[in-house]
Design a protein around this ligand. Structure first.
Ligand code: GLC
Length: 748
């Protein structure tokens, strides 16, 4: 990212903590006159219909994610104006049928919003978002979102329930796979990039869709890492970590937000007036619309926050939820609530206004239909697959490479390819790959075979991903002994992460560990490739594998991308967006932790464990390369900076190895003394730079002092005077150090 773009990004970030940003409320939004006229003609029931979302009516074989539903029932509801948006409909021809019913037969001819989970690709599937984040290349992920939007809109989808913007410091949570990891600065840049990619400059273009920031808010911090569980965070952490990323998405122009399942300090998100009215619509002047997560409105009864469905509907509407996703509380209760005076029709008008504005912004009133011939030409286009392959290999993180075992020589005569995931098609797609198709996936075996036409590849499954007892270990050992080297593919099936798939233990399943140990005992050079939706606790692999490549769930181009990296056609440069613990028991463990009054030392009475080293197995920001880099000549100017000023950092990075490569240059800061304790490191800038063998590059960053802001005890957002330490290197622990003085304070 160029320094100037970096300043833009940094500015966007600094505003993420800002108290209030002005929304232009003078000129009416576009299409307002038409919407006002339409609204005036609508009955209360018809208005409520626009706030009701239901399933897309296709049978299970077309939409595995959707419960089977009766198409005629759906068409009847559309025709009567009882539904305004759909979840899970797929395909231009099918959706055109539904749109035609809405546009030609419903009372006010209002087209439908058609929403889908286009999280990391539509038909061309990119790495899971956690893998995309590992590229540390937001501009690349913007391109992936652009492709996803192009494919989705061609297939009739006009609204995606993405980007997922939650910050997660707990790898037990299954949905960490969908996040950008543990850091809000990286998460904010990835969120903004995806919003730009999905929406472009105009969402009425035929290849763009509305984006949706989710899950608002703090869903990534459930107690125990257990999905849907209680979230209780300080107001400071709520603002500094969890709200921060969403604010950047709002500033990037995200069209909608989705409220999360969780409560926030006792108030469920879908009924939380503070996060929706005070922060989102007040401080941030968000002009888009808000949808609840699936059935989240009635779930406020189970939360113990609403007495019944009517109470839940009233609380959600008052808090600011515009569309009820498949909870049917709005459909069933709002008319009665208006009649009884418990909610004003004005609130409903405001919500309907926002929903109609969104439909108008998509151009749906003028052009509601998709072109199925375009759909056929667009899905899985060659250039889409090429981008998916490039992003997949750029996402991969080299965690270990003893004695430069990797890259493997293409002259290898016999290679053993072992593990329960070597032929899998669905698992490399990862979670939320709704419209990805298994038959398009390049398996690990197929990718290596294509890249090594002269090599005899001996294969063995070795064990099941999660089976109870290892079977096939013996055949795996035979294959290993007959080969020059082993590629062992381990990790998670796609259904071991994602929604409702949290794990109490993130260690490798026992059969996989047994297989690995048997293969290590052969003494053959062994490369472990991890296909996973989350960080894993892999102390045995870290100890005994010759090399370890974390490939995440890399998407449609899995096998080609893995072969590119293992055989040196691409020098890996991914960096971890989330910490790999040594053991589940260390969780929560993240790089931006506090120092405490007894930071860990050899002394007994300091903050550590007696059974596991206190450090992570692999830190956030860590990753190796097939070459090496050296940092020198770190400079910062000016030496002192106003709290509302900015500094320029420059550093020289030399490629000191034998291969061209890319380095993710990272800038961290620490505020060592403040009115509230601050983390030992915080990421504030990064750039992935390509440096040829023997060359070096001067990498420059422009960083706003406002990035040093935090919320003090009184919840004032402050930048305090004093020294700020700065660290520049290839990960938080290594690198060069300097500092800058902030010379005055700002409190907002
Ligand atoms: C799910 C998820 C949400 C998704 C929605 C629609 O429960 O929490 O991320 O967008 O329902 O599928």
């Amino acid at each position: 990212m160029s320094p100037f773009k970096n300043l833009i990004a940094a500015t966007a970030i600094l505003l993420m903590l800002s108290a209030r940003t002005s929304g232009d409320s003078t000129s009416p939004p576009p299409h307002q006159a038409r919407i006002a006229e339409l609204l005036a003609r609508m009955s209360l029931q018809e208005k409520i219909g626009q706030l009701n979302m239901r399933g897309g009516g296709q049978p299970m074989d077309v939409n595995p994610g959707m419960r089977d539903q009766n198409l005629n029932e759906l068409l009847g509801e559309i025709r009567s104006g009882a539904v305004g948006s759909l979840l899970g409909a797929n395909g231009a021809d099918y959706i055109n049928k539904l749109q035609r019913c809405a546009v030609e037969e419903s009372p006010h001819k209002i087209p439908l919003l058609v929403g889908n989970d286009v999280i990391h690709g539509f038909r061309t599937i990119f790495p899971i978002p956690l893998g995309e984040a590992a590229t540390f290349q937001p501009e690349l992920i913007e391109r992936a979102a652009t492709v996803a939007a192009r494919e989705a809109r061609a297939a009739g989808t006009n609204w995606t329930f993405a980007p997922m913007i939650d910050v997660c410091r707990d790898a037990r949570w299954g949905r960490i796979a969908e996040t950008a990891g543990e850091d809000h600065y990286l998460g904010a840049l990835m969120a903004a990039a995806r919003v730009r990619g999905f929406q472009g400059d105009r969402v009425d273009a035929p290849d763009r869709v509305l984006a949706c920031g989710k899950h608002y808010v703090a869903y990534g911090a459930p107690e125990g890492g257990r999905d849907y569980n209680t979230v209780d965070v300080s107001m400071q952490t709520l603002h500094e970590v969890h709200l921060a990323t969403f604010h950047t998405a709002v500033r990037a122009g995200v069209a909608s937000m989705m409220t999360s399942f969780n409560e926030i300090n006792g108030v469920p998100a879908s009924g939380n007036e503070y996060v929706m009215r005070t922060v989102l619509r007040g401080d941030w002047a968000f002009g888009g619309f808000v949808v609840s997560d699936y059935n989240a409105i009635p779930e406020m009864i189970l939360h113990g926050y609403a007495a019944d469905r009517a109470d839940a509907a009233a609380k959600a509407l008052r808090a600011g939820v515009d569309i009820d996703m498949c909870g049917f509380a709005y459909r069933d209760e709002l008319a009665g609530l208006v009649a009884s005076g418990r909610v004003s029709e004005k609130l409903i008008d405001e919500s309907v206004n926002r929903v109609l504005r969104a439909k108008a912004s998509l151009g749906l009133f003028e052009s509601p239909y998709s072109d199925s011939s375009l759909e056929k030409r667009t899905l899985l286009a060659a250039e889409h697959r090429a981008l998916a392959r490039d992003i997949a290999r750029r996402s991969m993180v080299l965690l270990k490479n003893n004695k430069e075992l990797l890259p493997l020589p293409k002259s290898i005569k016999r290679l053993a390819l072992i593990g329960p995931l070597i032929d899998s098609r669905r698992d490399p797609l990862g979670t939320w790959a709704c419209y990805g198709e298994d038959q398009n996936v390049v398996t690990v075996r197929a990718g290596l075979a294509a890249a090594l036409p002269q090599t005899e590849i001996l294969t063995a499954r070795g064990c099941d991903v999660r089976g109870e007892s290892p079977f096939g270990v013996d055949e795996a050992v035979v294959a290993a002994n007959a080969a020059e080297a082993v590629v062992l593919v381990l990790g998670e099936s796609e259904d071991m992460s994602g929604e409702g798939h949290s794990r109490a233990s993130i260690e490798l399943p026992a059969p996989q560990l047994a297989l690995a140990k048997s293969l290590f005992d052969t003494g053959k050079p062994c490369v472990v490739v991890l296909l996973t939706g989350r960080p894993l606790a892999i102390p045995t692999l870290a100890e005994s594998a010759g090399a370890i490549l974390c490939a995440w769930h890399p998407g449609t181009e899995c096998g080609h991308a893995i072969a590119d990296v293992l055989l040196g056609d691409f020098n890996p440069a991914g960096r971890l967006p989330a910490t790999f613990p040594r053991a589940t028991g260390q969780i929560p463990i993240h790089y931006n932790h506090k120092n405490t009054g007894r930071p860990p030392t050899a002394d007994r009475y300091t903050s550590k464990y007696i059974d596991v080293a206190w450090t992570p197995q692999y830190s956030f920001g860590f990753g190796l390369s097939y070459t090496t880099f050296a940092y020198s000549d770190l400079r910062v100017e000016p030496a002192t900076v106003d709290a509302d000023g900015s500094i320029r950092i420059s550093v020289n990075v030399a490629n000191t190895g034998r291969r061209d490569g890319e380095e993710v240059v990272q800038v961290y800061f620490r505020d060592p003394i403040a009115s509230r304790t601050r983390p030992v490191r915080q990421l504030c800038a990064f750039e992935r730079v390509a440096i040829a063998v023997g060359q070096s590059k001067c990498v420059e960053f422009s960083i706003s002092a406002d990035l040093f802001a935090f919320y003090n005890w009184d919840m004032k957002r402050v930048v305090e005077p004093g020294e700020i330490e700065l660290y520049v290197g290839g990960n938080p622990a290594d690198g060069l150090k300097t500092s800058v003085q902030v010379i005055d304070a700002i409190a907002r």
